[in-house]
Write a protein that binds this ligand. Structure first.
Ligand code: NAP
Ligand code: MG
Length: 457
C-alpha cells in the first residue's frame, strides 16, 4: 500500500495535485463522474459540482459522508458478514464518521445492556442508524454465552426509545420470481407494534357468569361498565386496548415513510364490525393524512383506506409499490405472507421510522445461527448478505438525503443496483439459487458473493 493521504478539492475542471494527473472522465450514473487518475489504478468517485474528496492508500478515493451514522454491530453469522460488507464494499469508497456501538450479546451483557440504550439515544441525536442482527437471549442462549440474564430484545428496546414503527420491504430481483405473478414492485409492510392482542388479558371462563369491561376514570367520575357476555357455560374472554398516542405515532410514521419513499399508503381495518376500536384507528389515519394533504399532493402520493379483507384481495391483484399499513395482528401475519411471497428472508429489509423522522435500517432476518456454527467449524458457508448490504445502503442513502449530498445517495443506489445485477447475472447464495429461474447450477459462498459485488464497484 502506498502511504499517502491526499485531500483534493475537486471542481468540474480537474486540477493537478502532488503529481497526480486526473486523466479521463466518464459518466457512471446521472450524478457520479468516474475519473481515472495517474498513477493508473486509482479511481475517484465525485459529484459534478464542486466537491471535496479524500485520497487514501493506493487505489482509494472516498466520497465523504457529511454527518455521522450510528453503527450497531451484532451477533454470529451476521456479525461476520457485517465486517466483510464494510471492508469490501463501503470503506474503500466512503469516508464515514461511524458512531460504533457493539450490540453483540457479550458486550450487552458486560454493560448490563446499557450499550443498547446508548445506541438508541445516539440515533436520536444523529437521526440515522444501521443495525446488524442480534441475539435475543432465551434460556439456552443465557447458558451458551454465560449471560447474567436473558436481556430484552435490543430491537424492542430501541423501538420503545424511538417510539418507532418497523417497515419491511423486499428487494426485487428479476430471476427470483415472486409467488404472486402480479407483484412487480416491492410491497412494504408497516406493522403497528403496540397493543391489541399482544398486550391483552385473557381469561378462561370456567362456567356460567357475567364478563364485563369496567373503566374507572383516574380523576374521579363515574365508572363505565359494559357487558361482554353473560355466559351460560364455560368459554373464554379477552380484554385488549390501544392508545391514541401510539396509534397517532404509527399513522405519522407511516405517512413519513410513504412520503419519503414516494409510494401510496394503504390502510386496512374492520371498522364495519368494530365501529369503535377499529373505527378509532381509521379516524386517526383520516385526521393525520388530511393534515398532510399538501405534502401528499406534492409527492404524488395517494392514501387509500379499505376494509382489511378488501385490502388482502386487492394486494393479490396489485403490482406492488405501496406501503401497506397494518394493525398489529394483521401486520404480524401479512408481513410473513409478503416475505415468503417475495422469495427469501435474505431479500427482506427492514427500517424503524420514528414519528420525529429517526431511522434504523437492518436486515429482517436473524443472526443465521446454523450457518455460524458451520463457520466456526471451518466449513464453507453460503449466507445471503443482500439484506445486510441494503441495510447499509438504506442508511447511507438516507444520510445523503438528510445532508443534501446527492453523491452519497447515488453511491448507495449504485451499490444496490450492482448487488441486484450480480444476482441477475447468475451469482447468488444457496438460498436464492434454490428458487432462481432459470436454475443456477453453482451457488456462491458467503465471501464469493461479496467479492463478486465488490468487483463491480
Ligand atoms: P434466522 O437467523 O433468521 O435464520 C433462520 C433460518 O433462515 C436460517 O437458519 C437459514 O435457513 C435461513 N436464513 C435466514 N437468513 C438467511 C440469510 N441471510 N442467508 C441464508 N439463509 C438465511 O432466525 P433464527 O435462526 O430463528 O434466529 C437466530 C437468532 O437471531 C436468534 O437468537 C434470534 O433471537 C435472532 N433474531 C434477531 C433478529 C434481529 O436482530 N432483527 C431477528 C430475528 C431473529 P437454513 O439454515 O435452512 O439455511
Ligand atoms: Mg409473524
Amino acid at each position: 500500500m502506498n502511504s499517502y493521504r491526499h485531500n483534493a478539492g475537486l471542481t468540474s475542471t480537474p486540477e493537478f495535485h502532488d503529481g497526480l494527473t486526473i486523466r479521463a472522465a466518464s459518466i457512471k450514473t446521472e450524478l457520479i463522474v468516474l475519473l481515472t487518475i495517474e498513477p493508473p489504478g486509482i479511481t475517484i468517485l465525485c459529484n459534478q459540482s464542486p466537491h471535496t474528496a479524500s485520497i487514501e492508500g493506493e487505489t482509494t478515493v472516498a466520497i465523504t459522508v457529511k454527518n455521522p451514522i450510528v453503527e450497531m454491530d451484532g451477533d454470529e453469522m451476521t456479525r461476520i458478514i457485517w465486517k466483510m460488507i464494510k471492508d469490501k464494499l463501503l470503506l474503500p469508497h466512503l469516508t464515514m464518521d461511524l458512531k460504533y456501538y457493539d450490540l453483540g450479546v457479550k458486550h450487552r451483557d458486560e454493560t448490563d445492556d446499557k450499550v443498547t440504550i446508548d445506541a438508541a439515544n445516539a440515533v436520536k441525536e444523529y437521526s440515522v442508524g444501521v443495525k446488524c442482527a442480534t441475539i435475543t437471549p432465551n434460556a439456552a442462549r443465557v447458558k451458551e454465552y454465560s449471560l447474567k440474564q436473558a436481556w430484552k430484545s435490543p430491537n424492542g428496546t430501541i423501538r420503545s426509545i424511538l417510539d418507532g414503527t418497523v417497515f419491511r420491504k423486499p428487494i426485487i430481483v428479476k430471476n427470483i420470481p415472486p409467488a404472486v405473478r402480479s407483484w412487480k414492485k416491492p410491497i412494504s409492510i408497516g406493522r403497528h407494534a403496540y397493543g391489541d392482542i399482544y398486550k391483552s388479558v385473557e381469561y378462561k371462563v370456567p362456567g356460567a357468569g357475567k364478563a364485563e369491561i369496567v373503566f374507572t376514570p383516574s380523576g374521579g367520575g363515574e365508572k363505565v361498565s359494559l357487558v361482554i357476555q353473560d355466559f351460560k357455560g364455560p368459554g373464554v374472554v379477552m380484554g385488549m386496548h390501544n392508545t391514541e398516542k401510539s396509534i397517532r405515532s404509527f399513522a405519522k410514521a407511516c405517512i413519513n415513510y410513504a412520503l419519503g419513499e414516494k409510494c401510496d399508503l394503504w390502510f386496512g381495518a374492520k371498522d364495519t364490525i368494530s365501529k369503535t376500536y377499529h373505527g378509532f384507528f381509521k379516524e386517526i389515519f383520516d385526521q393525520e393524512t388530511e393534515a398532510k394533504k399538501p405534502e401528499f399532493e406534492k409527492a404524488g402520493v395517494k392514501y387509500r383506506y379499505m376494509l382489511i379483507d378488501d385490502a388482502v384481495a386487492q394486494i393479490m391483484k396489485a403490482e406492488g409499490g405501496m406501503l401497506w399499513a397494518c394493525m398489529n395482528y394483521d401486520g404480524d401475519v401479512m408481513s410473513d405472507m409478503v416475505a415468503s411471497g417475495f422469495g427469501s428472508l435474505g431479500l427482506m429489509t427492514s427500517v424503524l421510522v420514528s414519528p420525529e423522522g429517526k431511522y434504523v435500517y437492518e436486515a429482517a432476518h436473524g443472526t443465521v445461527m446454523r450457518h455460524y456454527y458451520e463457520y466456526l467449524k471451518g466449513n464453507p458457508t453460503s449466507t445471503n448478505s443482500v439484506a445486510s448490504i441494503f441495510a447499509w445502503t438504506g442508511a447511507i442513502a438516507r444520510r445523503g438525503e438528510l445532508d443534501k449530498t446527492p453523491e452519497v445517495t447515488a453511491f448507495a443506489r449504485s451499490l444496490e443496483s450492482m448487488v441486484v445485477k450480480t444476482i441477475e447475472e447468475g451469482t447468488m447464495t444457496k438460498d436464492l439459487a434454490a428458487i432462481a429461474e432459470p436454475k443456477v447450477q453453482k451457488y456462491a459462498l458467503t465471501e464469493e458473493f461479496l467479492d463478486a459485488v465488490a468487483a463491480r464497484l
